[in-house]
Design a protein around this ligand. Structure first.
Ligand code: ADP
Length: 270
């Protein structure tokens, strides 16, 4: 059997997806990017292939994407995360219906991508200059509040009253603001919800730059945080779709593109 690998080397996490020739999802794995992207990407791939009982010879095409994609020199192809994200999102959202707008929040950036009726990227906007509105900001807030990032969602729903406003546009000042709110006896839950609404407002500004088209989809690690999802939906006044595994859709898109490139190359040979 032939298999295809998509490797997304993100600023915070490495995500790997393996699919077969029928585009069936065989398996996925996530590990921290750490300081040695290349080494960890190989380790993660080896571990995933071992788990799946697939040998390296059975991998016929590998596509690398993400911030550190150029470091994975063994890849047959490397593509931008915007393209991979769009392909993966369209495939992951098949049962949901057509998606026209993708919101992606990663470790160090956030993006809004606009798609046409065929699922092609027509426009995108990106924030990679400022930590506010990214996963790193959520990580720092969770750390200041002495809770895990995976607890943020649940805490959000326990907030009472009007969400607190976090006004600082810079992540460093926002962290000081959070410490100030703690000093003023505000609850962790109310602060968490305030953080989510401040990120939601930033992300919506980004989405407005490409145009808010119905069929809104959200992925990246922070899409696992249902509190953030709730804040974005409330601020937008629209429902958004979250795939089952939101952190791995970009690597899924890379694997799909790998299968397409391989099929095209085989066709050219005949
Ligand atoms: P990148 O592709 O830039 O490496 P990811 O899409 O992997 O980024 O997102 C990483 C971010 O996802 C982390 O910084 C963290 O804030 C968030 N995250 C990861 N796992 C969870 C979780 N279980 N619950 C909530 N947020 C999470």
């Amino acid at each position: 059997m032939n298999y295809f690998v998509g490797i997304d080397i993100g600023s915070t996490a490495i995500k790997i997806t393996v699919i077969d020739e029928n585009r069936t999802l065989m398996g996925q794995r996530i590990s921290g990017s750490g300081s040695m992207f290349y080494k960890y990407a190989h380790q993660t791939l080896n571990d995933l292939l071992n788990d799946l009982n697939i040998t390296k010879d059975e991998i016929v095409y590998t596509v690398a994407t993400g911030y550190g994609r150029k470091l994975f020199k063994e890849a047959d192809e490397s593509i931008s995360e915007i393209t991979a994200n769009a392909i993966g999102a369209v495939a992951a959202a098949k049962e949901y219906g057509e998606i026209k707008t993708i919101i992606n929040i990663g470790g160090q950036d956030s993006k809004a991508i606009s798609l046409d009726d065929q699922g092609n990227v027509v426009n995108f906007a990106m924030n990679d200059r400022c930590a506010a509105g990214t996963g790193k900001f959520l990580d720092a807030c969770a750390m200041n509040l002495e809770i895990g990032v995976e607890e943020l969602g649940e805490r959000h729903f326990k907030a009472t009253g009007t969400p607190l406003s976090i006004n600082s546009t810079c992540a460093v000042f926002a962290e000081s603001e959070i410490i100030g709110l703690l000093g003023n006896s505000h609850s962790v839950e109310d602060i968490v919800s305030g953080v989510h609404y401040s990120i939601a407002k930033r992300v919506i500004k980004l989405v407005k730059r490409v145009g808010v088209k119905e069929g809104i989809y959200f992925d990246g690690g922070p899409a696992l945080n249902m509190g953030l999802v709730n804040a974005i939906e409330n601020e937008l006044g629209k429902k958004i779709f979250i795939p089952e595994h939101p952190q791995v859709t970009t690597s899924y898109g890379a694997a799909i593109l790998g299968a397409e490139s391989y099929a095209y190359q085989q066709q050219m040979k005949t």
